[in-house]
Design a protein around this ligand. Sequence first.
Ligand SMILES: *[C@@H]1O[C@H](CO)[C@@H](O)[C@H](O)[C@H]1NC(C)=O
Ligand SMILES: *[C@@H]1O[C@H](CO)[C@@H](O)[C@H](O)[C@H]1NC(C)=O
Ligand SMILES: *[C@@H]1O[C@H](CO)[C@@H](O)[C@H](O)[C@H]1NC(C)=O
Ligand SMILES: *[C@@H]1O[C@H](CO)[C@@H](O)[C@H](O)[C@H]1NC(C)=O
Ligand SMILES: *[C@@H]1O[C@H](CO)[C@@H](O)[C@H](O)[C@H]1NC(C)=O
Ligand SMILES: *[C@@H]1O[C@H](CO)[C@@H](O)[C@H](O)[C@H]1NC(C)=O
Ligand SMILES: [Cu+2]
Length: 401
Amino acid sequence: MFLAVLYGLLWSFQTSAGYFPRVCVSPKNLMEKECCPPWEDDGSPCGQLSGRGSCQNILLSSAPPGPQFPFTGVDDRESWPSVFYNRTCQCTGNFMGFNCGSCKFGFGGPDCTERRLLVRRNIFDLSVPEKDKFLAYLTLAKHTTSPDYVIPTGTYSQMNNGSTPMFNDINVYDLFVWTHYYVSRDALLGGSEIWRDIDFAHEAPGFLPWHRLFLLLLEQELQKMTGDENFTIPYWDWRDAENCDVCTDEYMGGRHPANPNLLSPASFFSSWQIICSRLEEYNSRQALCDGTPEGPLLRNPGNHDKARTPRLPTSADVEFCLNLTQYESDSMDKAANFSFRNTLEGFASPRTGIADASQSSMHNALHIFMNGTMSQVQGSANDPVFLLHHAFVDRLVDISL
Ligand SMILES: *[C@@H]1O[C@H](CO)[C@@H](O)[C@H](O)[C@H]1NC(C)=O
Ligand SMILES: *[C@@H]1O[C@H](CO)[C@@H](O)[C@H](O)[C@H]1NC(C)=O
Ligand SMILES: *[C@@H]1O[C@H](CO)[C@@H](O)[C@H](O)[C@H]1NC(C)=O
Ligand SMILES: *[C@@H]1O[C@H](CO)[C@@H](O)[C@H](O)[C@H]1NC(C)=O
Ligand SMILES: *[C@@H]1O[C@H](CO)[C@@H](O)[C@H](O)[C@H]1NC(C)=O
Ligand SMILES: *[C@@H]1O[C@H](CO)[C@@H](O)[C@H](O)[C@H]1NC(C)=O
Ligand SMILES: [Cu+2]
């Protein structure tokens, strides 16, 4: 029933990933504001000679600025990506990507005409080899430099309007951690001024489609990295869970025997370093997260604020959300009542649909419950439990459509 709404939102979020094609960060690209790289197979910009796409001026819809952000022209994320580029590849047919070199989700083959039906599965329904393959892919992603993308380590103004590019390599997993940070980070207003009440991916109608696109892009990068075109992210069905069932050494990591905030040394993820967690430090330096390792993953499931989140979501909570008939309502933010998005996100009660600032329910409940890296919005994707959690949220969106 919400298909039209979601399709519209997804469309407008298509280019809002935040990371940059490596081939488009030279001073020339940035000064000319053009990112129309050649497609490798025919050497022409955007694969134009093969009819895959062409270089076009960006046309932005003129959405009015939301009330949360009473500024214009101060943040690089406004009217994305027009601060950096005003010409990019516009792909035709089922082609997609910065040089029209890939296929739209759900399509494959040389001309992107073959329909690909991929199914995300419950992680507990995977065989042991399938589950171990998933964990191995995550480990590989954490150790593989992204071949195609880099992250900006400064704002456009810190780059002297593009004449002195500031970009870093990043691994395939952290590219996505960084992206989630970048979309939700505070705005740097210049001088020592910070605007905290801003988030381009949460507390608004875009929450569900943004995270859907986020998972699809990560899935696609893992497919490319491994050559496993059928790979999908599994989900954790947390309905009626009393504990973090996936927090065992066989799955996403058990608890450290000596420090309840850390992962067990026997787990796959105990050696992982997190990035983008020191927000106040970046703010005080008016800097962006640059992907530098900042210490181990923190997780202490169940040691959370029980007044805020008394329990994990139940089957009845999920059913209540799915019974709501409006995708979004009135204020379209975290105060929205009877909004499917706001209730599923977790700012409204899954018993009444009324917004309640004292509680973190549904999607938010899982983040609070993990009591660690998952509990802070900007850095939450550092914990791979994020993927299993959001794959299940996405499943609920799918069921609602
Ligand atoms: C794009 O930006 C460049 C560099 O600032 C400028 O010269 C050009 O006129 C812009 N093109 C459009 C269509 O806005
Ligand atoms: C960058 O562009 C802005 C707006 O056009 C201008 O005010 C500023 O002086 C420029 N800064 C540099 C370092 O070129
Ligand atoms: C992906 O799945 C399709 C359909 O089941 C199969 O034909 C293909 O060989 C699989 N590809 C790989 C790389 O396993
Ligand atoms: C959802 O709607 C069905 C059909 O109207 C109703 O029977 C059920 O009680 C509702 N569930 C919840 C949790 O509100
Ligand atoms: C949601 O409902 C509550 C309780 O009725 C009300 O106080 C609040 O103003 C409503 N929120 C919006 C955005 O209308
Ligand atoms: C973890 O839970 C404790 C106890 O409820 C709470 O004081 C702390 O703020 C929580 N930390 C995080 C990061 O959620
Ligand atoms: Cu998020």
